[in-house]
Every structure is written in structure tokens, then in C-alpha cells.
Design a protein around this ligand. Structure first.
Ligand code: FPP
Length: 255
């Protein structure tokens, strides 16, 4: 059960323009460690609080009828963290999927993953496969978990696959275009993100969705990820709605 029915809708929410809800929101969930440190807590508790924040945001994105929510949960660079922290993050992922799958499925969420699955611990892989298979035919929010994800690694594997097709004479070099490249990315079939939110005040993409972010609006919020709630999401969407998206053209495509 998701408690929308019983939840009082914030007054400020009426200010969200329902006609300009971003189709794809992507979030760099940064600041779990600093949130914990500020409270004198171990980093692990910061990550645990981060999972709680994620739960609320998934629900709210679903309620707002956002089509895709991509969350940067573990990067290819995160393997450099101490082993205990990597283990905790993987355990939290497994626990999240185990604990949430029923509710996600009941609410029509489709679970997807962007990244390299076979380097993840086996129990995480098995929960992911289960969640992806079980929710595949749902009709609601696509929750795209960026796990063991790196934008450069994604592009390298795409270049390798495209090159292999050229070598096999299945594809001519002149035929390589944006659609072809898109089809070899982990995000194949998903729209590009309209809005990328980064928490904890850092103005960096950190190897996230490098190709897909070309025309994304980037909104940086000062809150650490565990502090990021529904209200902050609405604020970020409002900032997005006030932006003038030109995609390299002239305002609204007019002269
Ligand atoms: C950044 O905080 C966050 C991460 C590296 C991982 C994000 C993970 C979660 C929110 C929880 C696990 C995810 C799932 C899907 C269960 P940081 O540790 O870099 O914070 P810091 O920059 O303050 O140290």
C-alpha cells in the first residue's frame, strides 16, 4: 500500500505545472556520508537513511506520473571505497529489493538496471533479476537503478558492440547515428533525462549519463540525500519548470 490516499497534499504542490512534469528524472544521490558525519553516526547509517529517502521519492515520482526515475546507487568508481562500505551498500541493495519488491510490483513499478550486473554479489544479482523479471510487464514508473554504472564504461561497451557489428558487415560506418548508439546503451529504449538532480551541493556529473545528459536540465540542491524529501523534489521540479529549454534552438523553436 502506498499512502497517497491518506496523505495531505501540500499546498505548494498546486504550484507544480502538471503539463510540464519531466518524463525522466535522474538523481545523483550524494551526501549520505556527510549526513551521517554531521550527526556523529557511522556512514552505514547514512546509507540506510538514504534508502529511506529513496522509498519516498519512488512513491512520489510514481504518484506524479513521472515515466522514468533513474537513481545513481553505485558507480564503477565506488568499488574504490573500503570493502566494508561496499559490502554495506550491496547488502542494502539486496535488502531494499527483497523488502520492496511486492510494493513496487503492486504499484505497477517496472524495475530496470543500468550498469554491469555480473560484477555484483550473487545475492544482489539474484534479487535484481527477480525484480526485473517480475515487474517487466507493469505499466507504471520505470525505476532504473544505475548500479555498477559508469558513463565512460557504458560508452566503451557501446563502441565495442557497434564496432563488432561493423566488422561482421551488419552495419556500415555511415549508418552509425544517434539512434544506433542509443540502442547499445544500458538505457536503450528510455527517453533521455529531462531533469538531473544532484544533492549535497556538488556541481558535477561524476560520470553519470554522459551521453544521455546532453540536454538535461541540471538542478543542484544543498540537502544531503537523506534529507531530500518530497518537498525538495517538488522544488527541483519547479526550478526545472521555470527553465527555458531550447535544445540548441531558439526559444520554443520559434523565431
Ligand atoms: C553518495 O553518498 C551515495 C552513494 C555512494 C550511494 C547511494 C546509495 C543509496 C542511497 C543507498 C543504496 C541504494 C539502493 C538502491 C538500495 P556518499 O557516501 O558519497 O556521501 P558523502 O559524499 O557525503 O561521503
Amino acid at each position: 500500500m502506498w499512502p497517497w490516499q491518506s496523505k495531505k497534499i501540500d499546498e505548494e504542490e498546486t504550484e507544480l505545472n502538471q503539463d510540464r512534469i519531466p518524463a525522466h528524472v535522474a538523481i545523483i544521490m550524494d551526501g549520505n556520508g556527510r549526513w551521517a558525519k554531521k550527526r556523529g553516526l557511522p556512514r552505514a547509517l547514512g546509507h540506510r537513511a538514504g534508502v529511506e529517502a529513496l522509498r519516498d521519492i519512488v512513491q512520489e515520482c510514481s504518484r506524479l506520473e513521472i515515466k522514468v526515475l533513474t537513481v545513481f546507487a553505485f558507480s564503477t568508481e565506488n568499488w574504490r571505497r573500503p570493502k566494508e562500505e561496499v559490502n554495506i551498500l550491496m547488502a542494502l541493495l539486496t535488502e531494499y529489493l527483497k523488502g520492496e519488491l511486492k510494493e513496487l510490483h503492486d504499484n505497477q513499478v517496472i524495475v530496470r538496471m543500468s550498469g554491469v550486473m555480473d560484477e555484483l554479489p550473487l545475492d544482489a544479482q539474484s534479487e535484481l533479476k527477480k525484480a526485473i523479471a517480475q515487474t517487466r510487464d507493469n505499466q507504471g514508473l520505470i525505476l532504473n537503478l544505475a548500479l555498477n554504472y559508469g558513463g565512460r564504461a557504458e560508452l566503451i561497451q557501446a563502441i565495442r558492440q557497434v564496432s563488432a557489428e561493423v566488422l561482421k558487415n551488419n552495419l556500415k560506418i555511415e549508418e552509425i547515428n544517434e539512434d544506433i548508439v542509443n540502442s547499445y546503451l544500458y538505457t536503450a529504449g528510455l527517453p533521455d533525462p529531462d531533469l538531473i538532480i544532484r544533492t549535497s551541493g556538488e556541481h558535477r556529473l561524476s560520470n553519470f549519463l554522459l551521453w544521455q545528459s546532453s540536454y538535461a536540465e541540471i538542478v543542484v540542491v544543498p540537502e544531503y540525500w537523506p534529507e531530500f524529501g518530497i518537498e525538495t523534489l517538488h522544488q527541483a521540479i519547479r526550478v526545472y519548470q521555470q527553465r527555458d529549454r531550447r535544445f540548441g534552438g531558439i526559444k520554443d523553436g520559434r523565431e
